[in-house]
Design a protein around this ligand. Sequence first.
Ligand code: DGY
Length: 326
Amino acid sequence: MKPNVVLYKKIPADQLARLRQAFNLTEFDSITPDNHRAVLAALAQADGLIGASHPIGAQLLDAAPQLRAISTISVGYDQFSVPDLTRRGIVLMHTPGVLTETTADTIFTLILTSARRAIELAEWVKQGKWRRSIGEEYYGTDVNGKTIGILGMGRIGYAVAKRAFLGFGMPVIYYNDVANPQAETLLNARRRSLDQVLAEADFVCVVLPLLPETEKLIDYAQLAKMKSSAILINGSRGKIVNETDLIRALQEGVIRAAGLDVFEQEPLPVNSPLLTLPNVVALPHIGSATHETRHAMVVCAVDNLIAALAGDVTTNCVNPTALARH
Ligand code: DGY
């Protein structure tokens, strides 16, 4: 008998075919108030769950008494309570690795566009305002040679550091709970306290995971420790930065600018003051959003679910201790 699996995201046809072949699949494009009851009904028989971008909390899990594995099509797993899943014996699989370089590209896009005011000035050109050579009031700030401070030196932090050091000649400092010897040896990266990174960096890049201890880590007091010429980049999770405090810091000139791919609330509300600030580059959470990488993430997530439901997990498991309960 094939295991029962619930899919809650629209995925490419080739990967849908793989899921249909391996499992008895119940398909939803997403979880919405309209299909909530149908999702709960499907979960009653589910052995596996695969999807992304929706919180999976106690109500959904209570409806799924035989659930053994969840495969999230993302590297981040802040939509789940990992201790709760582990207690229930549910293995959580994710997709690290396949999106590292693409997400680092997005973070570098934010660094370059916010430093050089590229989005603001491209709009200005489109509005027909380019009548003569631009004046000093529209100058940006250099990226090359500036110090980059990276909060979080995992895979993505390393990929950002590699671009910064090898491509742009930027000294790298970082804040992380453990040292990254590869970054220190190959990229001359130096591990510092959070306060030191904030005070010394020209670009502060947030690439930490969202955890109880990182939620609202960057508030007004922390922003005030940055140079007034510095730029904050967030390519991780919006909730790591206190957004109200960030808006205030940007309005008051406490920091120069911000480049943001993530927000406390997504989609970003249309009345957010962030949208009226010229010194903010705001992207719609596109860290991994290329055709190639989004496809690779789905392939990885399908592989992960097949392995987990076959009792064959070797990699990409968030909570290996849950395996002991299978
Ligand atoms: C991830 O994979 O966690 C990306 O942020 C997309 O959600």
